[in-house]
Design a protein around this ligand. Structure first.
Ligand code: C2E
Ligand code: MG
Ligand code: MG
Ligand code: MG
Length: 280
């Protein structure tokens, strides 16, 4: 990820980059006020057991509705928040809100929270997590943190040590979007992830029987198995994908077939209607 110190001025003569810089500026200004104005909220998407169809966890997904900009996707604003050094306060709010909400669920259901590489690089991150658990009363084993391979590529960050401290607290770690990064596999031997989440790009290819994607999923499942890690298939949308994923041995599935990201209220309602929880 390119650092942008002075970058927008330097590139100002390139029209396309100028548009990006301008958009980034608009988003950044609005982002600075978003939390205090109550424009952010969380959606929750279930992750279900591939065998039983029961809900194992919910992933908290950040949503932002701004009066001028409308709904802005996290894919757009999270990178801007990272560059503007706003991800720490936003991420802390996500963590505290998600932990508190999980206290309203059955004790068997975990909450998964996405953590950006920049948050992990903040020296106070571990104590923020400890505080979020203490304040909410959520036991550490019900919290799962999702990080991407990019955490291992950040210079000057002892990602492996921070992740180790989190594991020692009893928190689970998931490796998100696996297979889309550029890092080596070496860190898998140093960090004990509970789960590897196989990126949706491989899963959705599998439904069309793309042989390369099937081979990749099969290899990742075998790798995870031998390291004592589980796998979650992301982005399962169709019965065909679900059948394929089960055949390939993924233990957990997530995707529109089992539930879209939903409001706090809808997530809670699922627990009152177990029939909805069971996968088709
Ligand atoms: P992610 O962590 O990989 O989250 C999964 C994304 O896939 C979510 O997009 C989800 O809505 C989408 N998805 C789930 N099932 C399906 C499916 O069956 N089909 C399709 N087409 N998509 C599906 P979303 O909510 O737009 O989030 C995008 C990314 O933004 C996330 O990817 C994550 O990297 C980031 N993000 C979201 N919330 C947070 C947050 O609180 N903190 C941080 N640092 N990043 C966040
Ligand atoms: Mg995630
Ligand atoms: Mg993901
Ligand atoms: Mg993804």
């Amino acid at each position: 990820r390119s650092k942008d110190a002075g970058g927008s001025t330097y590139h100002a003569y390139e029209p396309q980059l100028h548009v990006h810089a301008e958009e980034r500026r608009v988003l950044e200004i609005a982002l600075r006020k978003a939390l205090e104005r109550g424009e952010m909220f969380l959606n929750y998407q279930p992750v279900v057991s591939a065998d039983s169809g029961t809900i194992e966890s919910f992933e908290a997904l950040l949503r932002w509705t701004n009066p001028d900009l409308g709904n802005v996707s996290p894919a757009r604003f999270v990178p801007v928040a990272e560059e503007a050094r706003l991800i720490a306060p936003i991420g802390e709010w996500v963590l505290r809100t998600a932990c508190a909400e999980a206290m309203n669920w059955p004790a068997s259901v975990r909450i998964a929270v996405n953590v950006s590489a920049d948050q992990l690089g903040d020296p106070s991150f571990v104590s923020t997590v400890v505080s979020a658990l203490a304040q909410s009363g959520l036991p550490a084993h019900r919290l799962e943190l999702e990080v991407t391979e990019s955490v291992f590529m950040r210079e000057g960050t002892c990602a492996v040590q921070v992740l180790q401290q989190l594991i020692e607290l009893g928190i689970r770690l998931s490796l998100d979007d696996f297979g889309t990064g550029y890092s080596s596999l070496g860190y898998l031997s140093r960090t004990k992830f509970s789960t590897i989440k196989i990126d949706r790009s491989f899963v959705q290819g599998a439904s069309r029987n793309v042989q390369e994607n099937l081979a990749i999923i099969r290899a990742v499942v075998a790798l995870a198995d031998s390291l004592g890690m589980a796998t979650t298939a992301e982005g399962v949308e169709t019965e065909e994908e679900y059948a394929m994923i089960r055949k390939l041995g993924c233990r957990k599935v997530q995707g529109y077939l089992f539930g879209r990201p939903m409001s706090t209220q809808d997530a809670r309602a699922l627990f009152n209607d177990p029939a909805k929880v069971v996968a088709a």
